[in-house]
Design a protein. Sequence first.
Length: 223
Amino acid sequence: MPSRTVEDYLKHLYLLEKGGQTPASQVAMGGLAAAVGVTAGTATSMVKSLSDSDLVDYEPRAGVRLTRAGTKLALQVLRRHRLIELFLVQTLGLDWSEVHEEAEELEHAISDKVLEKIDTLLGHPDTDPHGDPIPPSTGSPKQEKLTPLNDCAPNTTAKVARVRDQEPEFLQFVDKHGLTPGAQFTVESHTPSADAITVRPHDREPVTLGSAAAGKIMVKVGR
Ligand SMILES: [Zn+2]
């Protein structure tokens, strides 16, 4: 089994590649170092060793990209992380704002046997509590076409699909105002010059968000 450090690098690389504008774009060393929380020098020597193991393609100055083998391992780590998060919320009753930190530890420790039992217990779910897709045991997760909330015009009706921030305070805010994945809402007003969008979750009071917060909530437009 790859070490915890290797798994963390591969996972962060995958998330950075998917966050890029073009699919499988090369990731700059500085961005990877920041995501993992190490210096650029430390990241570079680790990436060289991952390249020796054929888990990444590394071009000095251009950046780094996962190989097919690296992508496969990264997806396995994400599958463990996201299934664990859902298990902690649905089965153990933890709050969705506190499970990310727990999953960061458990994702490196859980066996395939226990993981597949959890998957069966939960009914082979597609998404974790934050709406992030759970990769299947083989292959890539389905990518749904989603829109950032701050791109929605007034009177749009939409459903929250994914919350792209794991910070407990933000998640608690989202929960308090009824904007968790699955929630329907209507955009009441959108004033880009004031950096504000006001939405009314169905059966809740309206809430106003700034564009930074609204950009972290991904929605599916329509009923
Ligand atoms: Zn998480």
